[in-house]
Design a protein around this ligand. Structure first.
Ligand SMILES: *Cc1c(COP(=O)(O)O)cnc(C)c1O
Length: 468
C-alpha cells in the first residue's frame, strides 16, 4: 500500500469505528481539557515521524478528549450531529484541497456554492435574489450581515464606510432585544458598531422582542438604524414577532436583521413555519449549517436581500485576480476571506441527501422529541419545565426551594447526569434562575434515546433529592 492509501484509508477506518461505537459509550469526554493538555504537551519534534504513526497516535490520544456531539444523546448546546454525508463530502473537500475563494481557483467550488445558495433560499423561503456568504458560523454570518447593513445605511446618508471607515461617520442606531444571543454582541464589536452602544429593548416572558418597546425606542431616532431580531431564542426557542417588527422597520427606514442561527430552519417545515411569519420582509438573515442542517463544522450562512450591499461590504480587488463575466460568482466577494474552504460542497451534499422532505421531517422530529422529553420530566415531582418547547429547546430546574436552593439542586443534577454518562446536558442562566438546558438538534437522536435520557435525568434528580 502507498502512504496515500494507507493514510486516507486509516483515517476513514478510525472515523467509522469512532462513530459506530458512540451510542454504546459514556456520553461525555473521557478526559478533561487539562489532562488532554498534559497528554498532548511535548517539545516540538526536531525530526519528523512516520505519517501513519502520527495519525494513529493522534487518534489514540485525541479520542479521550472528544465531546460526543455526533452521538445520539448529546443535548447540551445547539450543535448539529455532523451527518455522515456531510462528513464524507467534507473529507473530499480536504482531500481535493480546493481554494474556493475564486472561480478560477476552483470551478467546482464556485459553481456548487451558487447552486447551494439557490437551494438554501428555496428551502428557507427567502427572497430568491438574495446573496449568501458561506461563512464559518452564525457569529461571523451575523457580522457579515451587519457589515452589509452598515454599508447600506451609511451610503444612504452619503458616507462610504468601506472606503472611509467609521471615524467621523454619522452614528448608526442599533436596536436589539434583551434576549439576543451573546455572540451577536461580538459580531457588533467586530464590525465597529460596538456591543455597548446598542439600544436594548424589553422582551416578554419567553424572550420575544416587544413591538411597543421597539416603537417607543425608534420613534425619535434620526439617521441610520439597524434592528436586530431573533428567530429561535437559545433557551426558549422563541421567535420575535417579525410581522410587526418589519412593519416598524419599514416605517422608520431601518435595516432589519434576523439572527436565526437554528430557528430559521423552522421555515423548512409545514408545521412550524408560521412562527417565522413576516421574517421574509427583513433585509438580512444569519443561520448555521452546522446546527440543524447537520453539516460538519464549520458552516454558516450570511443571507442578504440586497446582494450588492453584501458584495459592497465584502469585495476585494487586485490586479492578479482575474476579472469575470457579469453575474458570475466570486465566492470570496461574499465573505471576509480570500483563500477559503469549499463550504458549499458539504452543504450541497446535505441538501441533496435530505431533500425538502427530509429536512422538514428532521426539524419536526426534533421538535416533537423535545416535547416528549419535556412531558417525561414534567411528570416527576420536583422537576419544573420552566419553558415548554416552542421548537427544539427546553429548560428545566429542580427542587421547590428558593432560587438559591433550586440553583444548587439544578447544578447537582447536571453534575450527576454527566457522572452517570447516559446523556450530556449543560446549564444556563435564564432570567434569575439557573436551568438545565436541553437542545434536541442531533440527527442521530431517536425516541428511545429521549426516553433513556429522560430516565437518566429523573434518576439523577432522585439521587440528588435524597442527598439533600
Ligand atoms: C449558535 C448561535 C449563534 C452563534 O453561532 P455560531 O455558529 O456558534 O457562531 C448565534 N445565535 C444563536 C441564536 C445561536 O443559537
Amino acid at each position: 500500500m502507498t502512504t496515500l492509501d494507507h493514510l486516507l484509508g486509516r483515517a476513514a477506518e478510525h472515523a467509522t469505528r469512532y462513530r459506530s461505537e458512540l451510542g454504546s459509550k459514556p456520553a461525555k469526554p473521557l478526559a478533561d481539557y487539562h489532562s488532554m493538555r498534559d497528554r498532548f504537551d511535548a517539545p516540538l519534534p526536531l525530526v519528523g515521524a512516520d505519517p501513519v504513526e502520527v495519525l494513529d497516535q493522534l487518534v489514540a490520544v485525541a479520542e479521550q478528549g472528544l465531546m460526543p456531539t455526533t452521538g445520539p444523546r448529546f443535548f447540551a448546546w445547539v450543535m448539529g450531529g455532523s451527518h455522515p454525508t456531510g462528513v464524507a463530502a467534507d473529507f473530499l473537500v480536504s482531500a481535493w484541497g480546493q481554494n474556493a475563494g475564486y472561480q478560477s481557483t476552483s470551478p467546482s467550488g464556485a459553481a456548487i456554492e451558487e447552486v447551494a445558495e439557490r437551494w438554501l433560499l428555496e428551502i428557507l423561503d427567502l427572497p430568491h435574489t438574495s446573496g449568501i456568504g458561506f461563512a464559518t458560523g452564525a457569529t461571523v454570518a451575523n457580522g457579515i450581515c451587519l457589515a452589509a447593513a452598515r454599508t447600506k445605511t451609511l451610503m444612504a446618508v452619503g458616507w462610504d464606510p468601506d472606503a472611509d471607515g467609521l471615524f467621523g461617520a454619522p452614528p448608526i442606531h442599533v436596536l436589539i432585544g434583551n434576549d439576543a444571543h451573546s455572540s451577536v454582541y461580538s459580531s457588533l464589536q467586530l464590525v465597529g458598531l460596538g456591543r455597548r452602544r446598542v439600544i436594548s429593548l424589553d422582551t416578554d416572558e419567553v424572550g420575544r422582542m416587544i413591538p411597543a418597546a421597539l416603537e417607543r425606542a425608534i420613534a425619535n431616532l434620526s439617521g441610520p438604524k439597524i434592528i436586530i431580531a431573533q428567530a429561535g431564542q437559545i433557551n426558549t426557542g422563541a421567535f420575535d414577532p417579525f410581522d410587526e417588527i418589519v412593519d416598524i422597520g419599514r416605517q422608520h427606514d431601518a435595516w432589519v436583521h434576523v439572527d436565526g442561527a437554528f430557528g430559521l430552519w423552522a421555515r423548512a417545515t409545514p408545521s412550524h413555519k408560521h412562527l417565522t411569519n413576516g421574517i421574509e420582509g427583513g433585509d438580512s438573515w444569519a443561520t448555521d449549517g452546522h446546527k440543524w442542517l447537520q453539516a460538519p463544522y464549520d458552516c454558516g450562512f450570511a443571507i442578504v436581500r440586497d446582494r450588492d450591499a453584501l458584495l459592497g461590504a465584502m469585495s476585494q480587488w487586485s490586479s492578479y485576480l482575474p476579472s469575470i463575466a457579469e453575474g458570475d460568482r466570486i465566492p470570496s466577494n461574499y465573505v471576509p476571506e480570500l483563500s477559503r474552504r469549499a463550504r458549499g460542497i458539504p452543504v450541497y451534499a446535505m441538501l441533496k441527501t435530505l431533500g425538502r422532505q427530509g429536512m422538514a421531517d428532521l426539524v419536526e422530529r426534533h421538535c416533537s422529541l423535545a416535547v416528549r422529553f419535556a412531558d417525561r420530566l414534567a411528570a416527576e415531582p420536583g422537576i419544573h419545565v420552566v419553558s415548554r418547547p416552542i421548537i427544539n429547546q427546553l429548560i428545566v430546574n429542580f427542587g421547590d426551594g428558593d432560587p438559591a436552593e433550586r440553583r444548587l439542586h439544578t447544578e447537582a443534577v447536571i453534575a450527576q447526569v454527566l457522572h452517570d454518562g447516559v446523556c450530556y446536558v449543560a446549564g444556563a442562566m435564564w432570567r434569575d434562575d439557573w436551568v438545565m438546558r436541553i437542545s434536541v438538534t442531533s440527527g442521530a437522536t431517536t425516541e428511545e434515546d429521549i426516553d433513556l435520557s429522560a430516565d437518566a435525568v429523573i434518576d439523577a434528580w432522585r439521587k440528588v433529592g435524597h442527598r439533600s
